[in-house]
Design a protein around this ligand. Structure first.
Ligand code: WTA
Length: 633
């Protein structure tokens, strides 16, 4: 289903609310099912227990690859652009993709990998990473992709939590001017992961590696000689497709579980409608999502959505500023990218480098621009729209989450209206509402509250791996009968939605979700730290920066050294993305009499909003606030 006019959007939206099962059944019928579903939907948000396309049997890779082969065997599935400007790009057709995925699938099978086994993928942005994900899907193994910037201890935690049997990795990764020895990180992680039986290593950078004879196998030694056909495992709609770890407001990251049927239907439907891309056999449309497959955006809009739709995409190994801040635009011109999807943090970083890096490029192939991952401020929106889109490309601000699987609120490019810094309208099939802190619905327009969804959509989170109660507590318990997003939101006079940011203790740093609790627990590992509290504050480029308050004994005199050590500790335990931007040493933290840290006050101080701290008289020690204000960084 492709919605082509605003009138059609309105009519389709109405139908999706009045007759959701008919609506989704029609969309799901566009796919190849070996056995059709018996019932479209069964659900309750109390347990929660959500099932879509019940008893449908199929394999997502037959839909993402095989189904396209009769007409699109020679169509480009991916163009891979390397980090290095001097390296040749690679073109992978749908036929190549089929063959490579089958070879990796057969290799995994030869290790004894079966349906339901968990496979961890810790790899950089190269085509083999996509082959690896799809190879798992082909044989019914569950992939858990871990962003290759996470530390060995973060990787180990994720491998242990889902009891992965296999790890796929590379010798090294190139990011900008850096060469990162990825395999060494895996080696360190595996010291605490006895569950892992085999490690398959793709040689990418020729970084020297240590080989563990019992487990390690070099990709190039086995994959090229594997068979290039592999029968697809028959999967049930509700069989698990993948686990993706994401940060919440408490505790360790949780493994968000997505299942095959609903995820397939929803990612393809949203990809086609939001981006309005022509996926015809001879179409020159070329999609480029700059995310990393270590995050949900890469799963849904690099790997699954575009392939399910039969589109052509760019995958990029590098970073926006290497070798200079014109790299994105150079790649756009080089490959004639038509649809470009990136994060506000990248836009702001490039804006800060100046137009000299933009003007050398034509950018005349671009038709549609997208934004994802965090609220896009008006200034960045206009810069992107004017200088990259030249005012002629619809700019879709797409709001969604790891837990939602695909885009929920966004304009449809060129079809529905856009408004700077507004995600605008829900996609047909999505029923958002705003509630106040007590859970009362806020009706009408011009209201602001907490964003919830009242009805399931096919790719809604099913559970958190190994701990269903955590899923219930995190998303379905705050407001009874509703899915709670954790985001604050305003609905304007026209009914357009504007996401204002998280209302819980989740930070969004450069579009990456990081829990305050995780960073605190990493900081607390430093021997001198007695206690810490972490909050987010507005940051010009990253959207949010991390501000840490730490208590250390008065005997710790060298605070510069301490700061360095804390940064090293956080890098070791989580990864460089979680490093605090500011570390303030304090003698105490503002706490209530019951011992709860008043983060509201710490946030205000970090933001520099010193006049609106609210009532501090109920604090255990109100004087500590004065000290914190004085020492503000
Ligand atoms: C935020 C990323 C405003 C939001 C796809 C959400 C956004 C969290 C937008 C999910 C947007 C994502 N406008 N905020 N267009 N997109 N967010 O799980 O706070 O990495 O809850 O998924 O990012 O982050 P996640």
């Amino acid at each position: 289903m492709i919605i082509s006019t605003f009138e059609e959007y309105n009519a389709t939206y109405k139908k999706s609310v009045d007759k959701p099962e008919d609506f989704w059944s029609e969309i799901a019928s566009e796919f190849y099912w070996q056995k059709k579903w018996d019932k479209v939907l069964d659900w309750n948000f109390d347990e929660p227990n959500i099932k879509w396309f019940i008893n449908g049997k199929f394999n997502i890779t037959e839909n993402a690859i095989d189904r396209h082969l009769p007409e699109k065997a020679n169509k480009t599935a991916f163009i891979w652009e390397a980090n290095s400007i001097d390296a040749n790009h690679r073109v992978i057709t749908y036929q190549n993709l089929h063959d490579e995925v089958c070879k990796v699938a057969n290799t995994l099978k030869s290790f004894g990998t079966k349906k339901g086994d968990r496979v961890c993928i810790y790899m950089p942005m190269i085509p083999e990473t996509i082959f690896a994900m799809l190879a798992c899907a082909r044989i019914g193994a569950i992939h858990s992709v871990v962003f290759a910037g996470f530390s060995s201890s973060a990787l180990a935690g994720r491998i242990q939590d889902s009891d992965c049997k296999i790890v796929l990795t590379t010798d090294g990764a190139c990011r900008g001017a850096k060469d990162i020895p990825i395999k060494a990180v895996v080696d360190e992680a595996l010291e605490t992961c006895p569950c892992v039986e085999k490690v398959l290593i793709y040689k990418h950078t020729n970084t020297p590696i240590t080989i563990n004879k019992a487990k390690d196998i070099i990709w190039q030694d086995v994959v090229p000689s594997a068979l290039s056909t592999c029968e697809a495992e028959l999967m049930d709609s509700e069989d698990v497709l993948f686990i993706l770890y994401t940060s919440g407001s408490t505790g360790k990251p949780k493994g968000v579980v997505h299942t095959c049927g609903g995820y397939m239907v929803y990612t393809c439907y949203t990809f086609k409608n939001v981006f309005q891309i022509n996926t015809g056999t001879d179409s020159k449309d070329l999609f480029w999502c700059t995310a990393d497959v270590g995050w949900i955006t890469g799963h849904s809009y690099i790997t699954y959505g575009p392939l399910l739709a039969g589109a052509s995409s760019v995958i990029f190994e590098g970073v926006p500023t290497f070798p200079d801040a014109g790299r994105f635009w150079k790649v756009v011109d080089k490959h004639k990218v038509t649809h470009f999807y990136t994060a506000p943090t990248a836009i702001r970083a490039l804006e800060a480098c100046g137009l000299d890096f933009v003007t050398p490029y034509k950018l005349d192939s671009l038709k549609v621009l997208g934004s994802v991952g965090e609220p896009i401020n008006e200034e960045a929106w206009h810069w992107y729209n004017n200088n990259i889109g030249k005012g002629k490309c619809p700019l879709v601000d797409t709001w969604w989450q790891t837990e939602t699987g695909g885009i929920l609120i966004s304009a449809l490019a060129g079809v529905t209206p856009t408004k700077p810094s507004f995600a605008t309208l829900p996609l047909p099939g999505i029923q958002p509402l705003l509630v106040d802190d007590k859970g009362n619905e806020l009706f009408g327009n011009n209201v602001e509250g907490n964003l919830c969804i009242r009805f399931p959509w096919p790719s809604i989170i099913r559970t958190t791996y190994g701990d269903h109660n955590r899923c219930k507590e995190a998303y379905f318990s705050t407001y009874k009968g509703l899915y709670f997003t954790g985001d604050g939101c305003r609905r304007d006079e026209n009914g357009f939605y504007r996401i204002t940011g998280r209302v819980d203790d989740v930070m969004n740093v450069s579009g990456h979700r990081i829990g305050t609790a995780e960073v605190e627990s990493a900081i607390n590992m430093h021997a001198d730290v007695v206690e810490s509290a972490v909050v987010a504050y507005p940051h010009d480029i990253k959207g949010q920066g991390i501000y840490a308050y730490v208590i250390v004994p008065s005997t710790t005199k060298n605070h510069d050294n301490l700061r360095k050590e804390i940064l090293a500790e956080v890098t070791k335990i989580i990864g460089p993305i979680a490093k605090p931007d500011k570390i303030q040493v304090v003698s105490g933290l503002p706490k209530t009499r019951s011992g709860k840290i008043m983060r509201r006050i710490l946030r205000k101080v970090a933001e520099g909003e010193l006049t609106s701290l609210g009532d501090t008289s109920t604090l255990l020690d109100p004087l500590v606030v004065d000290e914190i204000i004085k020492g503000r960084l």
